[in-house]
Write a protein that binds this ligand. Sequence first.
Ligand SMILES: Cc1cc2nc3c(=O)[nH]c(=O)nc-3n(C[C@H](O)[C@H](O)[C@H](O)COP(=O)(O)O)c2cc1C
Length: 188
Amino acid sequence: MATILVCYGTSEGQTETIAERIGDRLTERGHRAPVRNVAENDLDPTGYDAVVIGSSIHMGSHQSSIEGFVRENREALAGRPTGFFQVSLSSATDDPDRRAEAAGYVEDFEDSTAFHPDRVGLFGGALRYSKYGFLKRLLMKQIAKRATGDTDTSRDYEYTDWDEVEAFAEDFAAFVEGRLGEAPPRTE
Ligand SMILES: Cc1cc2nc3c(=O)[nH]c(=O)nc-3n(C[C@H](O)[C@H](O)[C@H](O)COP(=O)(O)O)c2cc1C
């Protein structure tokens, strides 16, 4: 069993929900996987065998709490298996330009923080028009027009592919088990 920290930065909660699903999957596989909001906890990666970090994108940038966490803990992160997942509208469609944009966000993040995760997941996020205030709703309508075309503000949209999220968790668990020399869980 490995102890795997699953930490995240979020504004509207979608990254938290995805982090929890990853934590559940790791736990089902026999690992200890606490799920923590980086902005609300003083986290030290040295207490864990491996770390998964998740961040949403707002106005082309990752969560500042995640940028700070990664910069402050660069050495500890470099010394253990790490996974990074990003949540955005750019990963919500099959449009190659949008997909390239999402990949570009990760590249820029790696370049600016010198953090190079072993595994990367790019997940579609959500549009929660019902939760946005007036100005945010207007802004998101503009962003959505370009990204997904979903501009009906009378309803919410979720683009997260939960099978992809689970596959990311399984793949990361297998990677950690391999690195720590652990046997994979037995399947009946
Ligand atoms: C104000 C705002 C700005 C956003 N800017 C971008 C953006 O620049 N690129 C993008 O792909 N998605 C953008 N999004 C979409 C978010 O990444 C998406 O809603 C995601 O699910 C948010 O995750 P969170 O709830 O964990 O913060 C934006 C969302 C909001 C509300």
